[in-house]
Design a protein around this ligand. Structure first.
Ligand code: ADP
Length: 305
């Protein structure tokens, strides 16, 4: 089984020809709403990849919270450990997308920021009985640390996606088995540049040594991924699948959810990354966040194709 601790973010996306000036009201050219947040994205991805999945997090007692519970239920994700906060609203993201595809995003964490270590301890049963726990950094670090520590102490395989990019609390390292940074996060953590292919194995090795990891996986966007399994020693460079990409939002989460599902099913790290690489690629062929995660059959077909 997979357990995900993470965020719930309702995305309200506006498109416009340019950014509004201070004091200006600008007519937009389009609007879309998506259910996202790294926690939800990873949980939906893990469930679609065939894992029994539970999510731990906080939402508001509002319409967006209802929408999340419906989506998660439809995908078979257990929501018994989701806390509904009566006074705070569900987290929202407000991206503005420009014609060249670039964006500016305002995130308001709301209920996500209210999760406490006590909420996490109330979910101890699912955190310690799952095969894999996946955590990102959109929630207060105390909650992430409490979950990682509970799971790690119980022998659960723990995965950390160090996103969004920023300083990472070094006290998390002791409880993390597998670190999955993208190239921006890997660069921020080491000061080294993943654009230079020759550096990538050394960056993974350095993170694995510094964090005393079981494995380090660096996702490289349209270049694929690199996986270092310390038990095996040598790293493996896995090239990306060629797909018709329309929207890369959530690719990293589809990748991590798939990785968690495969590890929970007993796969080795390199094989788990191969399938995650297919899941990440497929997620870029669909618009949206949580709902762009592919199912297991589609990912296997791309991998075998
Ligand atoms: P994030 O979404 O966190 O920035 P990446 O951009 O590194 O993460 O994407 C995660 C994974 O998704 C990649 O390692 C790769 O497997 C897959 N992926 C992302 N973009 C593409 C793409 N354009 N073509 C094929 N696969 C992709």
């Amino acid at each position: 089984d997979v357990c995900v601790l993470g965020s719930f973010m309702k995305d309200l996306v506006a498109s416009a020809d340019r950014r509004p000036l201070p004091g200006e009201t600008l007519h937009g050219t389009g609007f879309a709403e998506f259910l996202g947040g790294k926690g939800v994205n990873q949980a939906v991805a893990a469930a679609r990849m065939g894992a029994r999945t539970a999510i731990v997090g906080t939402i508001g007692d509002d319409r967006y919270g209802e929408e999340f519970l419906e989506l998660l239920k439809a995908d078979g994700v257990h929501t018994d450990w989701v806390v509904r906060h009566p006074e705070l609203g569900t987290g929202v993201g407000l991206p503005l997308v420009l014609p060249d595809g670039s964006n500016s995003i305002i995130i308001v964490s709301r209920a996500n920021a209210a999760i406490t270590s006590a909420d996490v301890e109330a979910a101890a049963e699912v955190l310690t009985s799952s095969a894999v726990l996946s955590v990102q950094l959109e929630l207060p670090v105390e909650a992430s640390r409490a979950a990682l520590q509970l799971a790690s102490t119980a022998g659960v395989i723990t995965i950390l996606t160090p996103a969004p990019v920023g300083p990472v609390d070094s006290s998390l390292a002791a409880f993390v088995d597998i670190l999955v940074p993208n190239e921006v996060e890997a660069a921020a953590l080491t000061g080294l540049d993943c654009d230079d292919e020759a550096q990538v194995p050394g960056i993974a090795r350095r993170l694995a040594d510094e964090w005393d990891l079981r494995g380090c996986v660096i996702t490289l966007g349209s270049r694929g991924a690199f996986v270092l399994d310390r038990a095996v020693g040598e790293g493996v460079r896995i090239p990306a699948h060629r797909v018709a990409t329309v929207d890369t939002v959530g690719a990293g989460d589809a990748f991590c959810g798939s990785l968690a599902a495969s590890l929970a099913a007993g796969a080795g790290l390199a094989d788990a990354v191969r399938l995650a690489n297919a899941a990440g690629a497929l997620s870029t062929t669909v618009n949206g966040a949580a709902d762009s995660a592919p199912d297991r059959l589609a990912a296997m077909a791309l991998l075998d194709g």
